[in-house]
Design a protein around this ligand. Structure first.
Ligand code: HEM
Ligand code: HEM
Length: 233
């Protein structure tokens, strides 16, 4: 949808607090795990124990987000932002014409990039659970249930999938910069405050907040993930 540049803007509530908390915790923990995974030999033997703790926290966040994507606020729901191929193609076409394509929540391409990031991080953290690093006496919580060969195969995926994550995060950041430069949309402040500045025609389209029962259910699933993995060591 092309918007004339002189159309006035209004504030619209988009991202609920749990989604924002999920996002910034995830960004922080993923960064921490790239550093602890890549530089464990420089940072010391205990680094991998932190890598494991952060990885389990990431899995808990992902579990939280999967449930919150079903029961959360309007724009956190997968059903709101996962659009069919026609909507994605129309959005891509609007980008090619450098039109100002406004979405209240995730745009049709951004919605699928959320799925790609969540899936790639899920693969990374899950493969990590099977790993063994003999030099540091490190064992992943699920490594005792599998053969050495399976564990090595998971290690190869863990190493290679890092580059998939790196590419997805690079595209994520490039898209955010593009929205700022090309369309003067400050998506970062929206992910901080929960409020987007949108053309006046979007007045009154504020998302509904998620309810307490949904939040408790999402937190409960995350807590189960942590407690099972911590118990397994
Ligand atoms: C490792 C780093 C990061 C990861 C894995 C990541 C992942 C994600 C995910 C999964 C979402 C979807 C949120 C949801 O619906 O739950 C998202 C959205 C978003 N992220 Fe990140 N993110 C990272 C870093 C950043 C950074 C550094 C910034 C800002 C400078 C940022 C800004 C945003 C914004 C603005 C959105 C909302 C996009 C929109 O309006 O559709 N992210 N990110
Ligand atoms: C999403 C979460 C995770 C991310 C982003 C991540 C990232 C990484 C990265 C970038 C490396 C370095 C790979 C290389 O050598 O090129 C690595 C190595 C490793 N990771 Fe993860 N990881 C995650 C979760 C986990 C979990 C949950 C565990 C275990 C419970 C784990 C165990 C390991 C081990 C044992 C290594 C090998 C370190 C070495 O060879 O010295 N990771 N990880």
């Amino acid at each position: 949808m092309n918007v004339p540049p002189d159309e006035p803007f209004v504030a619209v509530r988009v991202w609920d607090l749990p989604t924002r908390f999920f996002h910034w915790s995830l960004a922080l923990l993923v960064t921490a795990n790239v550093v602890t995974g890549k530089f464990d030999s420089v940072l010391g033997a205990s680094t991998l124990e932190w890598h494991k703790r952060f990885g389990i926290a990431i899995l808990a966040l992902l579990a939280f987000r999967l449930v919150w994507g079903i029961v959360g606020g309007t724009h956190a729901r997968f059903a709101t932002f996962l659009r069919g191929p026609r909507a994605v193609a129309a959005y891509a076409k609007s980008l090619a014409s450098r039109g100002y394509a406004v979405s209240v929540g995730h745009n049709p391409m951004g919605g699928w990039s959320v799925v790609a990031m969540v899936a790639a991080l899920g693969v990374q953290a899950t493969t990590g659970l099977f790993l063994v690093q003999e030099d540091y006496g490190f064992t992943g919580p699920l490594s005792r249930f599998v053969s050495g060969a399976f564990s090595s195969r998971m290690g190869a995926i863990h190493e290679a999938n890092f580059w998939v994550i790196a590419a997805l995060v690079a595209m994520h950041l490039a898209a955010i910069v593009a929205h700022g430069v090309l369309w003067r949309e400050n998506l970062v402040s929206a992910m901080v405050s929960g409020v987007k500045r949108l053309p006046a025609r979007f007045a009154g389209t504020d998302g509904r907040e998620g309810g307490w029962s949904g939040l408790i259910a999402s937190l409960a699933v995350a807590a189960v993930v942590v407690s099972v993995l911590v118990k397994l060591g």
